[in-house]
Design a protein around this ligand. Structure first.
Ligand code: MCN
Length: 778
């Protein structure tokens, strides 16, 4: 057994020096000889009929190579953009989506033509000359009005605006019938724009001679793009190479294929020369999929002694104009029970079409929504029965594991009171409550908010995920390749775009093989390298699933090296000991062979007949369950009743993701996640006008917080390993975002309790709070 040295080490991300010194290679850094540049002509209307498209002027403009419309693309693209069938009823009434509109546009920004020119400036100028004759149609923007029969439709001629309407657990009537207290609330989740630092981009090159395609694009899941786009173009996987190089963040918005991912390779094939398209920031805010955008009607039932009994929700989810490829993963039913024991939990989800850009996963996807609503409802319930919100949580925590939730999912391990107790200690809860009383007496509005979050992640076990994706199980792959002098390359199917895999995965391999950490290199993002298929990075799965594939492949390599060492020692394999990168025969530790020596022998002559030459192995890992991290976040705020301004005084987070490979990277992930949760709670919102025009199309209008708006975060952890995988690890990439909004809003509602304000929706911006405070005082 190797002695652990690198796993658990707090080491800096090895990818950072390169990236912060400007040596990163993002899509816009790539050019191929003779490249032409694409500009996409987009609908200015949320909903319109296309009467005609006149491309004459554009085609004659300086530098223009071609102007392509749907009819041209139909010659090289077959089929429609994919939708994972999870939860989508077979008899869905939503039209399939072709990457470019032909006769009707259904959201502002939908592509209608592509101009290709010798420079991106000529392409952009000529795009303005494409004359599209639109006949505007009414835009459906309001979720409730969209469901009214007889109203306008998102797609002309469609019978309704419903993408799905499903009930997960039919009723909670018994729990509500016996409860002493029931409460009803409406909780909103505003639309958010994922806003990665690097917008999207695609460069495609068609090699006519050997009929192969190479596509560079900014993606979290290059193998999915190869599967979908290669499939639509009729190009087999071994002739379709996708390279997703350095990616400047994705936050979920770069999982699914986009129209340009099809249109640019198709244009390259039509024109027989490389074509490149780089998204502008406004295009990204307008056309990259959004997240959230939901209305929840929630009912909670319980007893006056604090016992929780029932939870009932209806989720109205703004799908946008089409169902996003993974849009159904935003339904939040599976996480509704949170950290608590309930008698019954019932959930209905209605996917509502609107004339907006589609929604799809955004960091947390469904889980921040579930956490926000259950944590808000627990606070509202506590207030109703006059009990401390911490006491209500403790009264109802799940304490025995494995625990089967009302939806039949099995929580692997947990110690919910452990993380809460530590967080309360760090924030000084008792003292705060005393200070709060004094402050209130002096007219100051201080509040504290708790969020005892849990999460389902590590997507996922094949049995659960294959039906949801339409057959593709979300397992993960790794290929460990040891070179003759002992250096190691690891190829994985996950994709790192800020999560630090280049550092953490080699930490695992260094321990398993006992080789120096610096001798191990991670490679990912190129479908021409490594295992046949990779499943990408999302759902905080890379370590718990992909890291396990890396561990398995490393073990295969180590086992083979042991066989070779036994041969070199002329000893029986069971007598050979592997210890910190060295082999020796039991009882003779002084006569050792380093892993590198054995690697060299693996490529030499004279190996036994049953040992194949070489030292490399591929492994796939199919987890037996999801993993269930958890934690407690506590936020302390002061609200200024005159301005509605919120000052965050403290933010404490105690999280538990089981064993940790690199605590520094985990803390970085939690910090970034919390900032996105705070951003939702206080600042960000995608806003459209009533006729469907995006108002937040620049970063001046879509207000992302800077470091100035974020308080110092106090982080700590508990460690409850999962039994689901041998590393004992759970995911952490989304935890902060899942937890934070509830802690912040609970704190604001606590601060404003003396005014009788029960609930505040997000973003809790000064104007929204000021109005609520003014009304409450009146
Ligand atoms: N880790 C660890 N020990 C653990 C858990 C994780 O050392 N017990 C390490 C992992 O080895 C990995 C990192 O923490 O280096 C995150 O691992 P994991 O929780 O497996 O999450 P993923 O790598 O699958 O990342 C996905 C997750 C998601 S879903 C979104 S969205 C997200 C996020 O990660 N988008 C990000 N973090 C992001 N960070 C950046 N900078 N940019 C994004 O776009």
């Amino acid at each position: 057994m190797a002695i652990t040295t690198m796993v658990g080490a707090r080491i800096h991300r090895r990818e950072d020096p390169r990236l912060i010194q400007g040596h990163g290679q993002y899509i816009d850094d790539f050019v191929r000889p003779h490249t032409a540049y694409a500009a996409v002509v987009r609908s200015p209307h949320a909903h319109a009929r296309i009467r005609s498209i006149d491309v004459t002027d554009a085609r004659n403009a300086h530098g223009v190579v071609a102007v392509l419309t749907a009819a041209d693309f139909k010659k090289v693209l077959a089929g429609f953009m994919p939708v994972a069938p999870a939860f989508v009823p077979e008899k869905k009434t939503v039209p399939d989506r072709f990457p470019i509109a032909e006769s009707e546009v259904c959201f502002q920004g939908e592509p209608v033509a592509v101009v290709i020119a010798d420079t991106k400036y000529h392409a952009a100028d000529a795009a303005e000359l494409v004359m599209v004759d639109y006949e505007p149609l009414p835009a459906v923007m309001d979720l409730e009005k969209a469901l009214e029969p007889g109203g306008p439709k998102v797609h002309e001629g469609a019978p309704d605006n419903v993408g799905w309407d499903m009930t997960f657990s039919p009723d909670a009537e018994a729990a509500f019938g016996e409860a002493e207290v029931t409460l009803k609330h409406r909780i909103l989740q505003q639309r958010l724009a994922p806003t990665p630092m690097e917008a999207r981009g695609v460069l495609a090159e068609w090699h006519r001679a050997d009929q192969t395609m190479t596509v560079w694009l900014s993606s979290q899941s290059p193998h999915f793009i190869r599967l979908f786009v290669g499939g639509a173009m009729g190009i087999p996987e071994n002739r379709f190479r996708v390279i997703s190089p350095d990616v400047g963040g994705g936050f979920g918005s770069k999982i699914s294929p986009y129209p340009e991912d099809y249109l640019v390779p198709a244009a390259a094939k039509i024109l027989g020369r490389p074509v490149k398209w780089t998204e502008t920031r406004t295009e990204n805010l307008q056309n990259a999929t959004h997240g959230r955008g939901q209305i929840f009607d929630v009912e909670i039932a319980g007893n006056r002694d604090g016992q929780l009994l029932g939870l009932k929700i209806t989720q109205y989810l703004d799908l946008g104009a089409y169902i996003g490829t993974f849009g159904a993963f935003q339904t939040c039913a599976c996480l509704l029970p949170g950290a608590y024991v309930w008698k019954q939990v019932a959930s209905r989800t209605v996917g509502v079409l609107t004339n907006r850009v589609p929604t799809d996963p955004y960091r947390g996807a469904g889980r921040p929504e579930a956490t926000h609503l259950v944590e808000r409802m627990v606070d509202l319930f506590a207030r109703e029965i006059g009990m401390d919100p911490v006491a209500v949580r403790r009264r109802n925590f799940i304490t025995e594991f494995p625990h089967t939730s009302p939806f039949g999912l099995v929580y692997d391990s947990g110690n919910y009171d452990g993380s809460l107790s530590r967080a309360l200690e760090l924030v000084g809860y008792e003292q705060f409550r005393r200070d709060q009383q004094e402050a209130r007496a002096r007219g100051r509005y201080l509040g504290i908010g708790v969020s005892t979050w849990i999460e389902i992640c590590g997507f996922g076990p094949s049995a659960a995920t294959a039906p949801a994706t339409g057959g593709l199980a979300l397992t993960e792959s790794a290929h460990v390749r040891v070179f003759p002098t002992g250096s190691v390359n690891v190829y994985v199917g996950t994709h790192s775009h800020g999560q630090g895999h280049d550092t953490t995965f080699p930490q695992i391999v260094a321990d398993e093989l006992g080789v120096p950490y610096d001798a191990v290199e991670l490679r990912h993002g190129d479908t021409a390298e490594g295992p046949a298929f990779g499943y990408g990075t999302y759902g905080s799965r890379s370590l718990a699933v992909g890291g396990m594939a890396v561990l398995k492949a490393s073990r295969k390599v180590r086992d083979k090296a042991k066989k070779i060492a036994a041969h070199l020692f002329e000893a029986a394999e069971e007598d050979v000991v592997f210890d910190q990168g060295h082999f020796y025969v039991k009882g003779s530790p002084e006569n050792r062979k380093a892993f590198g020596e054995v690697a060299f022998a693996a490529y030499g002559a004279g190996l036994p007949e049953d040992v194949e030459l070489g030292l490399e192995a591929v492994a796939y890992f199919d987890p037996p369950n999801f993993v269930w991290p958890f934690g407690a976040h506590i936020c302390v705020v002061e609200v200024d009743p005159e301005t509605g301004g919120v000052e965050m005084l403290k933010y404490v987070a105690v999280d538990d993701c089981g064993n940790v490979i690199n605590p520094m990277i985990v803390e970085g992930q939690i910090q970034g996640g919390i900032v996105q949760g705070i951003a939702q709670a206080l600042f960000e919102e995608v806003v459209y006008t009533e006729d469907g025009t995006l108002k937040t199309g620049t970063l001046l209008d879509y207000s992302i917080p800077t470091a100035n708006e974020i308080p110092t975060l106090t982080l700590d952890s508990t460690v409850t390993p999962t039994p689901t995988n041998e590393l004992g690890v759970k995911g952490i990439g989304e935890a902060g975002t899942i937890a934070a909004s509830a802690a912040v809003i609970n704190a604001i509602c606590d601060a404003l309790a003396p005014l009788g304000i029960e609930h505040v929706d997000m973003p809790a911006s000064p104007d929204r709070l000021w109005k609520q405070i003014k009304e409450a005082k009146a």
